[in-house]
Design a protein around this ligand. Structure first.
Ligand code: NAD
Length: 458
């Protein structure tokens, strides 16, 4: 039995040790989930809806506790962690309405009637990354349960605590223990077993593009359904005709939120050349104003990076002697601290092309709308992005031209649980959230019922 020693990223103190589940443990969990799923799917839709509402209510009563776990385990600032726990509750509440609305179709045909049923898949495996542990877990759990499935969750090795607690809260709310099981462990053991086990009918994977490709290849061998939410290198495009002061003031939040460990981080700022110098003058105080420090303090905007290995990866993009346009400050001493950093490299530099997943942003000038679109699309990713302009036609033209799943105009909003979320190109496959998410956890069954003509009547 292996285990992970969890480290508080702000203090480097050991929090606790979490034991890993092995392959036999996964197989046992799948068998139990399979039988719990049958009982769950047999409940009346209104009973499943009530159970999800009860789960949401128990989460609501534990928002503070869940947030505190994320502060300690992931280093998220307390305000962000509370938002995350609230989002978990809201996502459950939103999908609690779904069991009674998965209505299928009645389709006009000759000789009878034709109806479709949205049948649950069975057991669903959810594999999550370390950057937004409980939120990303719930984006898979809630719609999958709503559609009548059982769910197994494998949290990331470094950050399992809030997800483990969610599993306990589900039981407190009255869900049967085998219906939602949290299985901490290694990706190469628990994650891979989700992919290879014949009774896991779908894998929802959020993580790196590299591992996502492996998951997809493994799933292909079994014609297993997958949703993939992968990496990003999103553009924040600032046109000369926008409210430049607002664009500059909000740009740090668009990339340094969660210390840049956000798949939607706007990590490439593209600025029209005619306002580039002015934008940089406005950006500098905004970056220097980002408060980096103790995540438990309500004054903190940005906490530490999640772990020492991740800190080393981020730091490798800014080695000693790298020309830095300007940067903010960060605490010294224990903790995986990294200051918000602004670079102005060439278009071909690896800081412009690779996902850094830390508080490092590149700023590049562009000449006109065509150049901006070309630059924004010059990446294998296509997850998110922002467009700053006061010209409505331009906002729409550019929104349609940028190859990305989630764009926002004059803001940096990416994810709302009531709207679909997912990536173009190598940022992913399929969509989460929004009204259709439960359908992605069902198979459509078509049933034709012949109706005999009444003999002897005209
Ligand atoms: P990762 O790919 O290293 O790990 C993600 C999860 O996959 C972990 O739970 C890990 O244990 C598991 N895993 C590892 N190897 C596996 C295997 N062979 N089979 C099955 N599972 C395996 O990613 P990470 O470092 O935890 O997260 C950072 C990445 O996640 C970034 O690239 C980021 O952009 C991406 N991300 C994407 C979204 C999105 O919605 N598009 C959201 C958050 C994070």
């Amino acid at each position: 039995m292996t285990a992970t020693e969890l480290i508080n990223p702000a203090t480097e103190e050991v929090l606790r040790t979490v034991e890993h589940v092995d392959v036999a443990g996964v197989d046992d969990a799948v068998a139990r989930a399979k039988s719990a799923q049958r009982r769950w799917a047999r409940l009346a839709p209104a009973e499943r809806a009530a159970a999800l509402r009860a789960f949401a209510a128990v989460v609501d009563a534990h928002v503070g506790e869940l947030a505190a776990l994320e502060v300690a385990n992931s280093g998220h600032p307390i305000g962000s962690a509370e938002w995350e726990a609230g989002n978990v509750r809201d996502v459950l509440q939103y999908y609690a309405a779904s069991p009674e609305r998965l209505s299928g179709n009645q389709i006009p045909v000759a000789g009878g009637i034709d109806v479709t049923f949205n049948e649950p898949l069975g057991v669903v495996g959810v594999i999550t990354p370390w950057n937004f542990p409980m939120v990303i877990a719930m984006w898979g759990i809630a719609p999958a349960l709503a559609a009548g499935n059982a769910v197994l969750v494998k949290p990331a090795e470094w950050t399992p605590l809030s997800t483990i607690r969610l599993g306990e809260l589900a039981v407190e709310a009255g869900l049967e223990p085998d219906l939602l099981q949290v299985l901490p462990g290694r990706g190469s053991v628990v994650g891979e077993r989700f992919v290879t086990h014949p009774d896991v009918r779908k894998v929802v994977f959020t993580g790196s593009t590299e591992v996502g490709k492996k998951v997809m290849a493994g799933a292909a061998a079994r014609v297993k359904r997958v949703t993939l939410e992968l990496g990003g290198k999103s553009a924040n495009i600032v046109f000369a005709d926008c409210d430049l002061a607002r664009a500059a003031a909000t740009a740090p939040g668009g990339v340094f939120d969660n210390a840049g460990q956000d798949c939607c981080a706007r990590s490439r700022i593209l600025v029209q050349r005619s306002v580039y110098d002015r934008f940089m003058e406005l950006l500098e105080p905004a970056v220097k104003g980002v408060v980096v420090g103790d995540p438990a303090s309500r004054d903190t905007d940005m906490g530490p990076l999640v772990s020492r290995p991740h800190w080393e990866k981020v730091a490798s993009y800014v080695p000693e002697g790298t020309p830095v346009a300007f940067r903010g400050s960060a605490p010294t001493g224990p903790g995986f601290w990294f200051p918000p950093t602004v670079l102005t490299p060439q278009r071909t530099d690896r800081t412009v092309t690779e996902e850094i997943f830390g508080p490092v942003v590149t700023v590049l000038p562009f000449d006109d709308e065509g150049d901006a679109i070309g630059l924004a699309n010059h990446t294998e990713y296509g997850l998110s992005g922002s467009i700053w302009t006061d010209d409505l036609s331009r906002a729409l033209r550019v929104s349609r031209a940028v190859e990305s799943g989630n764009l926002s105009v004059n803001s940096h909003s990416s994810v709302r649980y009531s709207t679909p979320f997912g990536g173009f190109k190598q940022s992913g496959l399929g969509r989460e959230l929004g009204p259709d998410a439960p359908l992605h956890f069902t198979e459509t069954k078509n049933v034709f019922i012949a109706v005999n003509d009444l003999e002897g009547e005209a």
